[in-house]
Design a protein around this ligand. Structure first.
Ligand code: CAA
Length: 259
């Protein structure tokens, strides 16, 4: 449906998009072109009013994304490296702030920029062979696509520090124990499970789902009082939608809601 070289964007079901990072020969490493394509793909999804869920995964059976492209990064000057980081950070933030749920389907290594991409999704399902890590310090650099900030928010400061300064990887089960991953599935089932979750989400009121995402994403960086005030406002806003009257009438009529 488009001319991307390094990613595939497809509508795998009505209202469900799947974005696949597709450079399997280099374990789906993120070079600048891939980030640029990712940016364009996110824009396509953002402007499709019928889109309800986005799945993000990697090509092949070995890797989700094994990091930023080390070959391309090796020769960067400081300001070029800063610009690369800024471009990726803006792209990942756009993904995180898409108004529909984004599910990361981590099908293998999610290292460095790959772990950072996964953490920019709303939640993660992992295959049994998945491995998560931030090995940047072994290359003599810090994390550059948000890892030093999103990882502590997800697994707590102490575990994040351990991972960030040692480069130790978590396997799928430990990542689940630490709250980085919601569920672990055999690799062959990962996409199917992602799709199953997408279908559950789609059954709910679309505006309510979007507002819920906005509350969680925006609310987590606010103080509790302001965050809860935002919740009251958006809750109130729901009562201006057909969705609310249909959802509540359907319950009282003992039938399924038609959104
Ligand atoms: N960038 C560029 N190429 C990469 C890559 C990366 N991040 N990761 C893997 N590749 C390439 C390898 O160079 C290799 O290419 P060749 O066949 O041409 O030699 C190919 O992918 C297959 O990889 P391996 O032979 O290394 O596979 P393996 O099974 O032996 O090891 C691995 C797998 C442990 C994931 C290993 O590839 C690895 O350690 N990769 C790098 C992981 C890493 O350090 N990621 C962080 C990058 S820095 C970053 O992301 C900064 C940031 O925050 C923005």
């Amino acid at each position: 449906m488009n001319n991307f070289e390094n990613i595939i964007l497809e509508q795998i079901e009505s209202q469900v998009y799947c974005l696949t990072i597709n450079r399997p020969k280099v374990l789906n490493a993120l070079n600048q072109q891939t980030i640029t394509e990712l940016q364009a793909a996110i824009q396509i999804v953002a402007t499709d009013a019928s889109a309800r869920v986005l799945l993000v995964t990697g090509s092949g059976e070995k890797a989700f994304v094994a990091g930023a492209d080390i070959k391309q990064m090796q020769a960067l000057a400081p300001l070029e490296a800063k610009a690369f980081s800024e471009q990726a950070l803006a792209t990942f933030r756009r993904l995180e702030m898409l108004d529909i749920p984004v599910i990361g389907l981590v099908n293998g290594f999610a290292l460095g920029g790959g772990c950072e991409l996964a953490m920019s999704c709303d939640f993660i399902f992992a295959s049994e062979n998945a491995k998560f890590g931030q090995p940047e310090v072994s290359l003599g650099v810090t994390a550059g696509f948000g890892g030093s900030q999103r990882l502590p928010r997800l697994v707590g400061r102490a575990m994040a520090m351990e991972m960030l300064v040692s480069g130790r990887m978590l396997d799928a089960q430990e990542a689940k124990q630490r709250g980085l991953v919601n569920h672990v599935y055999p690799q062959a089932e990962l996409l199917e499970q992602g799709l199953k979750m997408a279908k559950k989400i789609i059954k709910n009121g679309p505006v309510a789902v979007k507002l819920t995402k906005e509350l969680v994403q925006r609310g987590q960086d606010l103080d509790l009082e302001n965050a809860c005030a935002m919740e009251s406002n958006l809750f109130g806003l729901c009562f201006a939608t057909d969705e609310q009257s249909e959802g509540m009438s359907a319950f009282l009529d003992k039938r399924s809601a038609k959104f």
